[in-house]
Unconditional design. Structure first.
Length: 90
């Protein structure tokens, strides 16, 4: 297992040490590892939720090289329109 040293203010250090010696964790390192795992799980759940939201946004499209080429062409067309559009007046 790799080692990482971190600096904490005294208050946080005391908190981690107290949590690390509780019934739930055997060491402060166990507590910190649990926090990191929980953060990773939260981020994964958030990404999964966003993906599932995206699935419901429209009809499915077969991802082919031709489809990607069309997306690129459309993006370039829109960018060109923005570049050549007259600036808005105030």
């Amino acid at each position: 297992m790799a080692t990482m040293n971190i600096s904490l203010p005294e208050g946080l250090k005391a908190w981690v040490q107290s949590r690390g010696s509780s019934d739930d964790y055997s060491t402060p390192s166990d507590y910190v590892r649990a926090l990191i795992r929980a953060d990773k799980a939260r981020e994964l759940a958030e990404l999964q939720s966003l993906l599932l939201d995206g699935v419901g946004l429209g009809d499915p499209v077969l991802d082919t090289p031709e489809y990607r080429d069309e997306l690129i062409k459309e993006a370039r067309r829109r960018a060109e329109e923005r570049l050549t559009a007259k600036p808005a007046t105030k």
